[in-house]
Design a protein around this ligand. Structure first.
Ligand code: NDP
Ligand code: GDP
Length: 323
């Protein structure tokens, strides 16, 4: 039986990856950092099937202990301060978690067992102010936020441990991927939840920032398969994972309202609100996942429309339950 350790097991992607690996017959371990309240909503349904260990990206000893205890074949580093907006308020902490945290984990692997395979959650935010369209593995990075900068560091240190120590270390450069389990602070889930609440008369309006930026949005459930496929190759490498289609925030908004039968949503939306505008914006992301398709045989299965409708439907069900 193969064993996998996932950092950030309480996060969106980790919950889908854990489900996926359990189906593949893996023994799954996940790390959490200490918090004063239980934060396991996304993994409640599989909690009895996985083993939770303590592990904080700030504390290398805790990472080594988690490796010694779980003896994994594969480590998926999904833990991070993952919200771009917060990275301007906490740039140093974002660097500690999202950049140096990767080195701490790689160091733990190098010293505990360098045969452990390593997956790094790299991000399309590394492309930032894009220099080429669509973006692929060779596109130059120009990050536009402390989060993007930290991810570039994580990406290069992963490559460096592969080249320096021969560790099987790969990065998935994943474009935005969403789901009903996405954090409420991200624009897609903020919209799907607000639309559900507005249609149920629980909320009057939603305040957003810029509606013009475009993202290549996919479904998180499709993307975790690509992470696993990268780890099954003979050679570690880096891959862009994307749908190859992009849409403006405005289009997401429009489809979400249409999903509850509201065609004219102008009275419900307040756009360009200050707290949601960013000091430097990423205007246009669209990925070219041809390499992943060719080498891994990976392709996304969920369309943009299906994704929006899935998220609105899930939020409607949740909001109806919560009176
Ligand atoms: P989430 O924000 O949902 O999950 C992040 C996880 O990291 C949470 O479990 C969080 O724990 C944990 N974490 C945060 N700080 C620490 C720390 N110091 N030590 C240990 N754990 C910590 O992110 P996603 O699931 O959406 O993303 C997974 C990874 O993929 C992240 O690295 C993200 O940056 C990256 N990524 C995501 C994309 C996306 O569109 N979703 C796109 C490209 C990359 P807690 O619950 O305690 O906060
Ligand atoms: P990101 O691509 O990782 O930054 O994902 P987000 O979901 O946080 O943001 C996607 C895009 O939506 C960015 O261009 C944001 O500026 C834009 N956006 C517009 N309004 C909002 C908002 O209210 N919240 C968030 N999170 N993003 C918004």
């Amino acid at each position: 039986m193969k064993k996998a350790l996932i950092t950030g097991i309480t996060g969106q992607d980790a919950s889908y990856l854990a489900e996926f690996l359990l189906k593949k017959g893996y023994k799954v371990f996940g790390t959490t950092r200490r918090s004063s309240t239980v934060n396991n909503e996304r993994i409640e349904h599989i909690q009895d099937k996985i083993t939770i260990l303590q592990g904080d990206l700030l504390d290398q000893g805790s990472l080594s202990s988690a490796l010694l205890e779980s003896e994994p074949d594969e480590v998926y580093n999904l833990a991070a301060q993952s919200f771009v907006q917060t990275s301007w308020n906490q740039p140093v902490l974002t660097g500690e978690f999202t950049a140096l945290g990767v080195t701490r984990l790689l160091e733990a692997i190098r010293t505990v067992n360098p045969k452990i395979k390593f997956y790094q959650a790299s991000s399309s935010e590394m492309f930032g102010k894009v220099t080429e369209t669509p973006q692929k593995e060779t596109t130059r990075f120009h990050p536009r936020s402390p989060y993007g900068v930290a991810k570039v560091y994580g990406h290069y240190i992963t490559m460096n441990y592969r080249e320096s120590f021969g560790i099987f270390a790969c990065s998935g450069i994943l474009f935005n991927h969403e789901s009903p389990r996405r954090g409420l602070e991200f624009v897609t889930r903020k919209i799907s939840n607000a639309v559900a609440r507005i249609s149920l008369n629980k909320q009057k309006t939603v305040e957003l920032g810029a509606l013009e930026p475009k993202r290549d949005w996919g479904f998180a459930g499709d993307y975790v398969e690509a992470m696993w496929l990268m780890m099954q190759q003979d050679k570690a490498d880096d891959y862009v994972i994307a749908t190859g289609e992009n849409h403006a925030v405005l289009e997401f908004l429009d489809l979400a309202f249409k999903a509850v039968g509201i065609n004219d949503w102008s009275e419900y939306v307040i756009a360009n609100k200050t707290p949601h505008m960013r000091p430097a914006e990423v205007d246009y992301l669209i990925g070219d996942a041809a390499k992943a398709h060719k080498v891994l045989g990976w392709k996304p299965k969920t369309s943009f429309k299906q994704l929006v409708e899935m998220m609105v439907k899930a939020d409607l069900a949740m909001e109806k339950k919560e009176k």
